[in-house]
Unconditional design. Structure first.
Length: 188
């Protein structure tokens, strides 16, 4: 995990009690109805969060590849039961970050406090952008934004999960990809 702008010794001191966990592909990291006690920082692998309708339909909320955080913020910060699932899309290694650690690090390090504020603001910005795209953008624009946000996931994530994240059917995603191919679009 990065030092969050802190000196190496300062970072080592406050991160010494963080725990690492490994999850195999397909493992459920957090279930709906459970209390989320940690943020998960992905060191290696890939997690996703999603909701599940009564009829079994999934709605992917977020992917978290390497160096991303994923969490049910409402659950971890307000002690609400989780409304989402978090699952390992690949074999994944995470660092567990609990609220006590964040409070302690915020109090002992101005650099960490700034890092944490920036992280939260970036998360809010990303959520706002995602809501705006889902409400008003075409499927093509949403797909292009997905590629921009998650450039290395096209070959790591099944197409049906990408379609779910975009709020479209896999068939619609296939049409979007075909139309982009006709325009000679090639993801980098």
């Amino acid at each position: 995990m990065e030092t969050a702008g802190m000196a190496e010794d300062e970072a080592a001191n406050i991160t010494s009690d963080l725990k690492r966990l490994n999850f195999e592909k397909g493992n459920i990291v957090l279930r709906k109805g459970d209390l989320c006690k940690h943020s998960f920082f992905v060191e290696k692998g890939l997690l996703r969060s999603y909701t599940l309708e009564d009829n079994g339909k999934e709605h992917v909320i977020q992917f978290a590849p390497e160096n991303w955080f994923i969490v049910d913020r409402s659950s971890v910060y307000f002690n609400d039961t989780s409304e989402i699932f978090i699952e390992a899309v690949e074999d994944t290694q995470v660092v567990l970050v609990n609220e006590q650690f964040v409070c302690r690090a915020n109090e002992s390090s101005l650099a960490f406090n700034r890092f944490n504020d920036k992280l939260l603001h970036n998360h809010i910005r990303q959520l706002q952008k995602r809501i705006n795209l889902l409400l008003g953008a075409t499927a093509e624009v949403r797909y292009l934004n997905f590629i921009e946000t998650y450039p290395d996931l096209l070959l790591r994530v099944p197409q049906w999960m990408i379609a779910s994240y975009l709020g479209i059917t896999p068939e619609s995603l296939s049409r979007v990809r075909k139309e982009l191919a006709h325009k000679n679009f090639k993801p980098s």
